[in-house]
Design a binder for this molecule. Structure first.
Ligand code: NDP
Length: 315
């Protein structure tokens, strides 16, 4: 049978490129888990994806009810789940004030981390049941959360501190809207959320890999300077960022190439190792990358897990 993969945020950028790459192999049925049904359907059609290669299902990660509803709807479809890709994200680098999810959490961490945290925990049961030879749970990371890299040192730097803002509810009322309890900074909130993504992947690995055999992985797909991720940035940045990445840092990758990379993490038999943060070198060969000290801090990963469980209603 075909493998079944759920990709969140498959309506644009990396998610769409990955959905297309997987669909084209003829070996995968892609569940495009998206907040805008019509946009996702149009995106799939204009990417030339064959009708029988995908299903669009509604998922808004800014609402925990929607996450639970998605899981319910997916189970109603009676498809198995072989791979889950937590790809969707928002980035609000110029925001001066926080916005909030339906549950009252700061939006970047709420969508990128908490929504995916609940989704991944619920769908773990479905992954366990699958009889597919290689079951995988993939959570997108980023270089920007890794302060052991040049890009990770561009201010404002990521940092979760002692998680006091998150533990306080991340609501901007009786707690800070930032994980570390500091003043709101939209760019930092995104970077913090990516640290959470990488810590969560490793904590999943420690808790469940041995018992379940599921592969847990994260990755930095390269700088895909042309995606919608930068839609809220100032126009000058959006104009100059792609050529800057292409010619100066040479870190630029096309959406197509990044989609091929993530598709490898989904299905390549040589990328089956669990607990790994994958990156690619200049010749597009994959390698196991090192995470920064904070992004691989096991005590912090455990604490983040426990606080997150409470915020999403799992504990
Ligand atoms: P895009 O903005 O192009 O895609 C993000 C996707 O997430 C869109 O499909 C968007 O939906 C979806 N999304 C946003 N909010 C929600 C929500 N509340 N519920 C459901 N879906 C939502 O960005 P990219 O493709 O660049 O980013 C994909 C991933 O890659 C992210 O995890 C990002 O952190 C990571 N990444 C990107 C890099 C880059 O250089 N671009 C570098 C490193 C990592 P909609 O279409 O409706 O807006």
């Amino acid at each position: 049978r075909k493998g079944v993969v759920v990709v969140t945020g498959a309506s644009s950028g990396l998610g769409l490129a990955t959905a297309k790459a997987l669909a084209e192999t003829g070996k995968w049925h892609v569940i495009m888990a998206c907040r805008d049904f019509l946009k996702a359907e149009k995106a799939a059609q204009s990417a030339g994806m064959a009708k029988e290669s995908y299903t669009v299902m509604h998922l808004d990660l800014a609402s925990l009810d929607s996450v639970r509803q998605f899981v319910h709807n997916f189970r109603q479809s009676e498809r198995p789940l072989d791979v889950l890709v937590c790809n969707a994200a928002i980035y609000r680098p110029t925001a001066r004030t926080p916005t909030y999810t339906a549950d009252g959490y700061e939006m970047s961490v709420g969508v990128n981390h908490l929504g995916h945290f609940l989704l991944a925990n619920l769908l773990l049961e479905d992954l366990k049941k699958s009889d597919y030879p290689s079951r995988r749970l993939i959570i997108l990371g980023s270089i920007t959360g890794n302060t052991n890299t040049l890009a990770g040192n561009v201010p404002p730097k990521a940092g979760l501190g002692d998680l006091r803002g998150l533990a306080g509810g991340l609501n901007g009322r009786n707690s800070s809207a930032m994980i570390d309890g500091g003043d709101f900074d939209g760019a930092k909130a995104y970077k913090d959320s990516k640290i959470c993504n990488m810590l969560t992947m490793q904590e999943f690995h420690r808790r469940f890999h041995e018992e379940t055999g599921i592969t847990f992985a994260s990755l930095y797909p390269g700088c895909i300077a042309t995606t919608g991720l930068f839609r809220e940035h100032i126009p000058l940045f959006r104009l100059l960022f792609p050529p800057f990445q292409r010619f100066i840092t040479k870190g630029f990758v096309s959406e197509e190439e990044s989609g091929r990379r993530l598709a490898q993490v989904v299905s390549d038999p040589s990328l089956v190792k669990s607990g790994v943060y994958w990156s690619w070198n200049k010749d597009s060969a994959s390698f196991e990358n090192q995470l920064s000290q904070e992004a691989s801090d096991t005590a912090k990963a455990r604490k983040l897990w426990e606080v997150s469980e409470k915020l999403v209603g799992l504990a």
